[in-house]
Design a protein around this ligand. Sequence first.
Ligand SMILES: *[C@@H]1O[C@H](CO)[C@@H](O)[C@H](O)[C@H]1NC(C)=O
Ligand SMILES: *[C@@H]1O[C@H](CO)[C@@H](O)[C@H](O)[C@H]1NC(C)=O
Ligand SMILES: *[C@@H]1O[C@H](CO)[C@@H](O)[C@H](O)[C@H]1NC(C)=O
Ligand SMILES: *[C@@H]1O[C@H](CO)[C@@H](O)[C@H](O)[C@H]1NC(C)=O
Ligand SMILES: *[C@@H]1O[C@H](CO)[C@@H](O)[C@H](O)[C@H]1NC(C)=O
Ligand SMILES: *[C@@H]1O[C@H](CO)[C@@H](O)[C@H](O)[C@H]1NC(C)=O
Ligand SMILES: *[C@@H]1O[C@H](CO)[C@@H](O)[C@H](O)[C@H]1NC(C)=O
Ligand SMILES: *[C@@H]1O[C@H](CO)[C@@H](O)[C@H](O)[C@H]1NC(C)=O
Ligand SMILES: *[C@@H]1O[C@H](CO)[C@@H](O)[C@H](O)[C@H]1NC(C)=O
Ligand SMILES: *[C@@H]1O[C@H](CO)[C@@H](O)[C@H](O)[C@H]1NC(C)=O
Length: 431
Amino acid sequence: MGRRREFFVKVGFLSFFLFNLFPFAYRSVIYNITATKPLSPEQTLNSPRQLFELGFFTPNNNSHNQYVGIWFKEVVPKTVIWVANREKPVANSTSSLTIGSDGNLRLVDGQQNTIWSTNVSGQSNGSIVVLSDEGKLVLNSITGEKIWDSSQHPTDSLLPGSWLVYNGTSGERLTVTSWKSDHDPSVGDFTVGVPPQTPPQAFVWKGSKPHWRSGQWDKSTFIGIPEMEADYQSGVILVEDIQPGSIYLTVNILRNCSYSMLMISPTGVLRFICWVEARGWYAKWEAPVAPCEVYGACRPFGVCDRYEANLTCRCLKGFVPKSDEEWSKGNWTGGCLRRAELTCRGNTSSINTQGGKPDRFLKIGGLKLPDLSEFLKVSDEIECHQRCLNNCSCSGYAYVNGIGCLVWTGNLLDMHELPDGGKDLNLALHT
Ligand SMILES: *[C@@H]1O[C@H](CO)[C@@H](O)[C@H](O)[C@H]1NC(C)=O
Ligand SMILES: *[C@@H]1O[C@H](CO)[C@@H](O)[C@H](O)[C@H]1NC(C)=O
Ligand SMILES: *[C@@H]1O[C@H](CO)[C@@H](O)[C@H](O)[C@H]1NC(C)=O
Ligand SMILES: *[C@@H]1O[C@H](CO)[C@@H](O)[C@H](O)[C@H]1NC(C)=O
Ligand SMILES: *[C@@H]1O[C@H](CO)[C@@H](O)[C@H](O)[C@H]1NC(C)=O
Ligand SMILES: *[C@@H]1O[C@H](CO)[C@@H](O)[C@H](O)[C@H]1NC(C)=O
Ligand SMILES: *[C@@H]1O[C@H](CO)[C@@H](O)[C@H](O)[C@H]1NC(C)=O
Ligand SMILES: *[C@@H]1O[C@H](CO)[C@@H](O)[C@H](O)[C@H]1NC(C)=O
Ligand SMILES: *[C@@H]1O[C@H](CO)[C@@H](O)[C@H](O)[C@H]1NC(C)=O
Ligand SMILES: *[C@@H]1O[C@H](CO)[C@@H](O)[C@H](O)[C@H]1NC(C)=O
C-alpha cells in the first residue's frame, strides 16, 4: 500500500505498549472545543469511544508543515482519514483550533491569522465542536443543531457513514481526492465520484479525464470488480433516485473486518481496505493495478487481459487494428476497426439492394462490459435482442442479472477480460 498503515486493536493489554510506541500518546485529550476552550498542538480531540482522534500532525517530519487531521487513535503508523487545512500548512507551533466570534471553527496561527475555517455564514459564537465515533468532525450550534460536518468536505477516504454524492436536484457532487504524495496532503491528481448514470458506475478521474471505471452496478456489486463479495455483502451500498437522478454511495464494515473503508492513493489506485487483527490493513480489492485496467487502455473495440503486467491489446472478433504497423510495435492508441461495416440489420431493402448477408450477434463471454451503455426498459432478453437488432446504430447489447437490458451505439470502449465474474456481450457483426 502507498501509505503503509497498520492498525492496532484497542484492547487493554496493548495500552502500555501503545503508550510507549505512539509518539503523541502523551498529548492531553479533550472531548470538545468551545469558544473558551481551543485545541492547542499539545492536545487532541477524541471521539467518545476513543476510536478517532483529531490533532496537529506533520506528514513530512517538517515542523513548519503542520496540518490538522483526523486519524484512528490506535493505528501505528498514523492512518490519517481527513485533513482540514490540506492546502495551507501552519508553520507556527503557537497555532490553535478555536471557535471564532462568528461561531466558526478556525485554525489560527500565532498571529491569530485565520489559516482555515469552517466558513459557515450567520452563526453565533456559542457553538461547540465534537468528533464522532464515525470519524466526523461536527460543528454544532448552541442549540445542538448540526451546522457543519467534515464528511461534507472529505479528503481521500470514504468511511462507513459518509457518502459520495451526486445530487440530481442541486447538481451538488461530493467526491474524495487523493493526496499529492504520501507525505503531502494537498490536493492530488485523482478524484473518486459517482456521476449521474443509469446504471450507476464509480469513477476515478485524473483531472477531468476518466482514469478507471468500476463497471455497471448490478444492485449488489460493480460488475468490473469480481472480488466484491456479493454472496453476503459487497461492502458498498449504493442508493439511487432518492430524488430524480441522484446517486449516493457509501461503504460498510465487511464481515470479518474490524473496520473497512475506501481510499484513493496519490498514484490513483482505489482501495477497499479492511483491517483484521492478524494482518493489519489489507486491500479487499484495488484498482487499477495492471495497465489493462486503466480506462480505455485498448481504445475502441480492443480488449486485454486484466492482470497482464505488460499491456497487450487484441481486437474483438470481427475487428482489425486501425494501424497494423503501430499495433505490432505495441502502440495501441489507434484501437480497432470493423473488418466489415454493418449492413443495417433487419433492413431487408438494404440486404436486397446490396446483396449482403444479414448481420448477426457474436457472444463474447467473461468481459467487463464497455462504458457508455444505454439502459433500455424491456420485459426480457428477447426484447433486448430485438431492440438492438432493429436499430441500425446498435453495436451490441447485454442482458445482465440485476440490471436488465444494456445497449451500445458507436464505439465500444474500456473492456477487459475477467477470469471469473465477467458478463456476456452480444456484439453486432456483419458476416
Ligand atoms: C520521519 O522521521 C521518522 C523518525 O525519524 C522516520 O522513520 C520517517 O521515515 C520520517 N518520515 C519522513 C517522511 O521523512
Ligand atoms: C510564531 O509566533 C510567534 C508569536 O506570535 C512569533 O513571535 C514568531 O515569529 C512566529 N514564528 C513563525 C515562524 O511564524
Ligand atoms: C467562505 O465562504 C464565502 C461565501 O460562501 C466565500 O466567498 C469565501 O471564499 C469562503 N472563504 C474561505 C476561506 O473558504
Ligand atoms: C461572543 O461571546 C462573548 C462572551 O462569551 C460576548 O462578549 C460576545 O459579544 C459574543 N459575540 C458575538 C458576536 O455574539
Ligand atoms: C439535494 O439538493 C436539494 C436542493 O439543494 C436539497 O434540498 C436536498 O436536501 C439535497 N439532498 C441531499 C440528500 O443532500
Ligand atoms: C469469516 O470468518 C469465518 C470464520 O472465521 C470464515 O469461516 C469465513 O470464511 C470468513 N469469511 C470471509 C468472507 O472471509
Ligand atoms: C514487460 O516488459 C518489460 C520491458 O518492456 C520486459 O522487460 C518484461 O520482460 C516484460 N514482462 C512480461 C511478463 O512480458
Ligand atoms: C502511437 O500512434 C499514434 C497514432 O495512432 C501516434 O500519434 C503516436 O505518436 C504513437 N506513439 C508512439 C509512442 O509511437
Ligand atoms: C435501409 O437501407 C437503405 C439502403 O441502404 C437505406 O436507404 C435506409 O435508410 C435503411 N433503412 C433504415 C431503417 O435504416
Ligand atoms: C436507435 O438507437 C439510438 C441510440 O440508442 C436511438 O437514439 C434511436 O432512437 C434508436 N432508433 C430506433 C429506430 O429505435
